[in-house]
Design a protein around this ligand. Structure first.
Ligand code: GUN
Length: 303
């Protein structure tokens, strides 16, 4: 039997409607418009698309966005100066520095400089520490989105075996922490696999829920999945594929695929996210929510 689809795009749209209402109410009550500053350095084409998506998403829910597009020659000192200015600007509630930064810029120095109260990515050591202690300030956007998606489909995590593939600071590690938390969307038994894991397929086969976040096209194959498991695919890999067109001619096309071999795995899993239209739209949605929550906390602290 074929797996049912976890519709990230539809779920994201629904949550964005709710956020739009909440933003309007917040502005009416406080006179403050939640504001996100987005900093893009250099001309990486994928980052340009992501940043434009964020700008559009903000506009649609009534969050103000301030875009800073800087040349790739920008120095660490210049970038630090901008972050310090945004940290001190009371009208800014969230600061996002798009990654990756160009070579030569000290990424850690920049990210650590962001005021943790405005750190909507939840990258700052203070926010990572709070999350690991089970008292988060901001939840990291992609793991938070995945948690909300599973909740929307009433997928139980309590007592389940979750295997996260990938140990990145952005997805793998915080995803593991979220599943470990006490309460709704948590209470799972968590294993994080990575490039040095021995017997990885064997470990993944034990999982009730698999989250693939390794950045390797179609790495997770059907033989790694326990029948009936839930599979969440965080991957976004551009690959070249040869196809035969309607005239019978061979063509090479560029295609976006996940970390999961979708066509094969969907025949084994019970639920699966597609790529695109799965996790991606939720990440931006949680960024909007984090910005609103940042604004709420700032107003509460100053009035
Ligand atoms: N680049 C790719 N994903 C992300 C993300 O979640 N946050 C930031 N700041 N940069 C990214």
């Amino acid at each position: 039997m074929s797996a049912q689809i976890l519709d990230g795009k539809g779920t994201a749209e629904q949550i964005r409607y709710e956020i739009k209402d909440e933003v309007a109410r917040f502005i009416e009550e406080t006179g403050v418009q939640p504001t996100l500053a987005v900093v893009l350095v250099g001309d990486d084409p994928a980052s340009q698309v992501y940043v434009r998506n964020k700008e559009n998403a903000c506009a649609k829910v009534g969050v103000r966005s301030l875009m800073y597009r800087l040349p790739k020659e920008t120095t660490s000192d210049e970038l630090c100066e901008l972050i310090e200015k945004l940290d001190g600007d009371e009208s800014v509630h969230g600061i996002l520095v798009q990654l990756p930064l160009p070579k030569g810029i000290d990424e850690k120095r920049i990210l650590d400089l962001i005021d943790p109260r405005k750190d909507v990515d939840a990258f700052h050591p203070e926010n990572v520490g709070l999350l690991s202690q089970g008292r988060p300030r901001f939840l990291p956007c992609t793991p938070y989105g995945i948690q909300r998606l599973l909740a929307r489909y009433n997928i139980e995590t309590k007592g389940k075996r979750v295997v996260v593939i990938g140990r990145s600071d952005i997805v793998g590690k915080p995803m593991g922490l979220l599943f470990l938390q006490k309460g709704l969307g948590g209470d799972a038994t968590v294993t994080i696999c990575h490039s040095q894991t021995e017997n990885l397929p064997e470990i993944v086969r034990e999982a009730d829920i698999v989250v693939a976040a390794i950045g390797k096209a179609e790495f997770v194959t059907a033989d790694m999945i326990k029948p009936g498991a839930v599979v969440v695919d965080v991957g976004m890999n551009r690959v070249q594929r040869e196809i035969v067109d309607e005239n019978g001619e061979k063509k090479t096309i560029s295609k976006l695929v996940g970390d999961v071999d979708f066509d094969a795995v969907k025949e084994v899993a019970s639920w699966i996210t597609p790529v695109p239209g799965g996790v991606g739209p939720l990440t931006v949605t949680m960024l909007l929510l984090n910005t609103l929550n940042g604004a709420r906390r700032q107003v509460a602290a100053t009035r």
